[in-house]
Design a protein. Sequence first.
Length: 69
Amino acid sequence: MGRRRKYGFSFSWKRAIGLSSAKAKLSRQLGVPLTRAGRQRKVGKMLGCCIPIGLLLFTLSAVVALGSR
């Protein structure tokens, strides 16, 4: 069974005092996410493009090392 959704009024004191928008603006200026999950996502994206290149370099170095025997 699916979760029931509650419709109606919801209130967030953080949004009411502007804390959420201030954190978002600061995060955009710094270029670094302020949440743990956001930082992990950013690091994962940066490492994601490096892994194929690393595997390629490792394979090439292994071929060269074995070929020089």
